[in-house]
Ligand binder design. Structure first.
Ligand code: ASP
Ligand code: MG
Length: 409
């Protein structure tokens, strides 16, 4: 018998029928003797609908009042699920965030959890009840309702699991796990049975939008085993944990890509201290996030400097760079919005040389030109022309044999 925290996302509770389905799933876990805390999102579309209502009334909705409004979405689903559970003979009780007492700071719309009271939940569990808690919300020390930011129910679930020292935190969603890459690009992409927190963070931040990044960080910090599964399809899903000693890890776990990058280059800047700062300082001041940075080896006392930004920030960054170029007496500025970043991710990279070489050879064999390269402990990324995205991802997926179950070292 285990204590399991389960989170069901908006599509899983998107209609009465689906709420009934969740109730039956919860009952089947109860029947196996498990203790359950269930965290719910609002019905799919509901949070957006509420935001839209607010905007019809006030163009920039009051932050405190918006949280009062948004928290009602999750309040509907928890009550409905408890009714559905009772209808099939499962004892349960619902709690809003403030009722659990999920204490947060006072940053409305993006509050952070400070602490969670476990006594009421424990009492229910001890008395054989399923606890159904609203995701995405809490209360500040002055009793104001707060919300945790979009997708925040994942974080609620992980936080409750950490507090209750649950055996597992299961995130039910509309995909059946984390894949080696996007199956829409590579039909042979395979569901991973397990992946480490670090790998998941790299994959999540690179656009595999399965889990809220904050929730993964939180789970890693408190060592909460996290499992992503489908609420519609039976299966084991993907377990996200720490690397286990002695366990053989695949070299590469997955391939992530980002379509919305753009690169900018400033040519012929003085090769002297302070130049990188003078180039990137103004970019940062304009709140533009810089991703990859490459500076060439200097020649003739000058050097070239290339970096990537989100495509939406390209025009803005280009203008700034042009004026920096004038100040620095640079030779030229150019840029390209038709580029993408592709990254292979795997903890196996730590102990195995040659991953980058395999990657470069595979791309070379397809005559795909690599425009930029960056590496970190468990990730190697390349920038290539946008038109090669699909080909490059497919090529790398097969070069690392990711379609096969065993990619062992
Ligand atoms: N209902 C909230 C949202 O749509 C929180 C969540 O679903 O996790 O962002
Ligand atoms: Mg969600």
């Amino acid at each position: 018998m285990a204590l399991i925290v389960q989170k069901y996302g908006g599509t899983s509770v998107g209609s009465i029928e689906r709420i009934m389905h969740v109730a039956r799933k919860v009952k089947s876990f109860r029947d196996q003797g498990h203790d359950l805390v269930v965290v719910l999102s609002a019905m799919s579309g509901e949070t957006n609908r509420l935001i839209d209502l607010a905007k019809q009334v006030q163009s920039s909705p009051d932050a405190r009042e918006l949280d009062v409004l948004l928290s009602t979405g999750e309040q509907q689903t928890i009550a409905l699920l408890v009714m559905a559970l009772k209808q099939i003979g499962v004892d349960a009780r619902s709690y809003t965030g403030p009722q659990v007492r999920i204490l947060t700071d006072s940053s409305f719309n993006k509050a952070r959890i400070l602490s969670i009271e476990e006594s009421r939940m424990r009492k229910d569990l001890d008395e054989g009840r399923v606890v159904v808690a609203a995701g995405f919300q809490g209360v500040d020390e002055n009793g104001n309702t707060t919300t945790l930011g979009r997708g925040g129910s994942d974080t609620t679930a992980v936080a409750l699991a950490a507090t209750l020292k649950a055996d597992e935190c299961q995130i039910y969603t509309d995909v059946d796990g984390v894949y080696t890459t996007d199956p829409r690009v590579v039909p042979e992409a395979r569901r991973l049975n397990r992946i480490t927190f670090e790998e998941m963070l790299e994959l999540a931040s690179l656009g595999s939008k399965v889990l809220q990044i904050r929730a993964v960080e939180f789970a890693g910090k408190y060592n909460v085993p996290l499992r992503v599964l489908s609420s519609f399809k039976d299966g084991e899903g993907t377990l996200i944990t720490y690397e286990e000693d002695g366990m053989e890890e695949p070299l590469i776990s997955g391939i992530a890509f980002q379509r919305d990058e753009a690169k900018l280059t400033i040519l012929g800047v003085p090769d002297e201290p302070g130049v990188a700062y003078r180039i990137l300082g103004p970019i940062g001041d304009a709140n533009i996030e810089v991703d990859m940075i490459v500076q060439n080896v200097g020649a003739d006392d000058t050097t070239d400097f290339t970096f990537t930004v989100n495509r939406n920030d390209y025009e803005k960054a280009l203008k700034i760079l042009q004026s920096t170029a004038e100040e620095l007496g640079a030779r030229d500025v150019n840029g390209d919005v038709k580029i993408v970043k592709i990254s292979v991710v795997g903890v196996g990279m730590r102990s195995h040389a040659g991953i980058a070489a395999t990657m470069f050879k595979a791309l070379a064999d397809e005559r795909i030109n690599i425009r930029m390269i960056s590496t970190s402990e468990i990730k190697t990324s390349v920038v290539v022309d946008e038109k090669y995205l699909e080909l490059a991802v497919r090529t790398l997926h097969s070069a690392f044999k990711l379609e096969q179950e065993l990619t062992q070292a």
